[in-house]
Design a protein around this ligand. Structure first.
Ligand SMILES: [Zn+2]
Length: 90
């Protein structure tokens, strides 16, 4: 756990491999996202998704801002962050 009284370490991204794995290997639909457009907080499962074969546009149900977009280009998946400002694991 990170503690406020501890000295801050400046390291490279390899140091957070475990932290990122812990965050992103969960059921992402249960993660709570915060919309920067209106401040609404909701699990991703509750958001509105516009879906086709190359893109999933995830919108805030409250204000319709695009929270993020997942783009598929062949084998490549790309996540483009929109108005999503925070992500919280359950
Ligand atoms: Zn919103």
């Amino acid at each position: 756990m990170m503690r406020a009284e501890n000295a801050r370490s400046v390291v490279d991204g390899n140091a957070i491999a475990g932290l990122l794995a812990e965050l992103f290997t969960q059921d992402m639909t249960m993660m709570t996202g915060t919309c920067g457009g209106c401040g609404a907080q909701a699990p991703f499962a509750h958001n509105v998704v516009e879906l086709d074969e190359t893109a999933a546009i995830v919108r805030c149900r409250s204000c319709t801002h695009t929270l993020f977009t997942v783009l598929r280009d062949g084998e490549t998946l790309r996540l483009r962050i929109g108005s999503l400002v925070a992500l919280e694991a359950p």
